[in-house]
Design a protein around this ligand. Sequence first.
Ligand SMILES: NC(=O)c1ccc[n+]([C@@H]2O[C@H](COP(=O)([O-])OP(=O)(O)OC[C@H]3O[C@@H](n4cnc5c(N)ncnc54)[C@H](O)[C@@H]3O)[C@@H](O)[C@H]2O)c1
Length: 431
Amino acid sequence: MKDYTLTRRDFLKDLGMIGGGAMLLTSPWLSVFADTAATRKEKCRLAVIGPGSRGRFLMNFLVQNPKVEIAALHDIYQPSIDEALKIAPQAKVVSDYRKILEDKTIDAVVVAVPLNKHFQIVMDAFDAGKHVFCEKTIGYNMEECYRMYQKHRSTGKIFFTGQQRLFDPRYIKTMEMVHAGTFGEINAIRTFWYRNGDWRRPVPSPELEKFINWRLYKESSKGLMTELACHQLQIGSWALKKLPEKVNGHGAITFWKDGREVYDNVHCMYVFEGGVKMTFDSVISNKFYGLEEQIMGHLGTVEPEKGKYYFENVSPAPAFLQLINDWENKLFDTLPFAGTSWAPETANENHGEFIIGERPKSDGTSLLLDAFAEAVITQKQPANIAEEGYYASQLCLLGHQAIEEERTLTFPDEYKIDYLNHRSIKNTPEV
Ligand SMILES: NC(=O)c1ccc[n+]([C@@H]2O[C@H](COP(=O)([O-])OP(=O)(O)OC[C@H]3O[C@@H](n4cnc5c(N)ncnc54)[C@H](O)[C@@H]3O)[C@@H](O)[C@H]2O)c1
């Protein structure tokens, strides 16, 4: 295979980043590829293990990257294979994933099976010398996540996780602003994800219920915490550059009492050093507020999903509101109210500013995958990518455990890894 020299400009251009604005050039994850002379091969050959709904979504981006070849597919459900072949018809279908791992021509695997099936496949893949992209949440419990991360460290193979917000231009810019102090001291982060739907998939025959609707059953899923919170909790540690110290929470099935085992209504509170808080809450019986991460500083608030930020010092209430206030104050000022005046404290009419111009076409998934391919080709692991994914998984799993045990849990020391200087590796990287 031909080797050639990669310049930073080439890489960014290849990734479609040139023309995407100066902000993307400062993407925190890409500096590893910025060497003016990184030697690499031209293409990487990937296998997709579990090309279900998410796996095929990823494949749709992967096939657009001229540096990627989807060489093989493995799934235990024929309809998934049939659909995946429509996207990558040249891919070889392999009935046992270990055959993929034995194939020396395959560089990396993309693992998109249900949560409880990630661990064994990822561990085997690292052991076989493959680079790994594993969908979030990476492990079914904290121990699995830890062992997966340490396996990545001990084998030295590339490890990416499905945390696409890391590559979403709105989030990258948001974090730049937060870290520059634009919104002042961040004391609270509210994250929420609301949907209105039963979260079920159609099942062709009853014996496939737990296989198809794996998200709804405890043996294969931790529900809203592993499926949704994993994305949003990562925003807190990214913004604050810290891990929360403890978490408590509550979960219940309040609406979809249809035989599911995982909660349809959860709320968790994570507490950082000094009492700074991050909440996650989710219900799937009302979608009015949608999803958001609201990062709140004493000077302003940023909402990356909406793509907007708001400063605290906004213009006064519209004249007519003031008129009502004055009128009400006059009307009631003989009554024994606690305060001398009254003003509405409902959210003000602040339309804010856009974080970046237009809403980006992608949520970061395509760039995340392109960066993974580039990492496989150059054999360079971007700093902090695996660690962000690792902690996102650990935080949602710890929150889930706090809910289950109905008590406040602190982040266990044995699962802290060396990241952001304040975390230490307690165990050796060997697993
Ligand atoms: N990053 C994101 O935004 C995002 C979004 C959705 C899903 N996900 C993650 O992707 C993963 C898959 O979710 P999904 O919605 O695609 O589920 P899915 O059920 O649609 O797909 C899972 C696929 O794995 C196959 N499978 C099941 N057990 C297997 C096994 N033992 N060996 C091989 N194949 C097996 C199934 O047949 C199916 O094709 C989950 O970890 C989920 O959390 C991530």
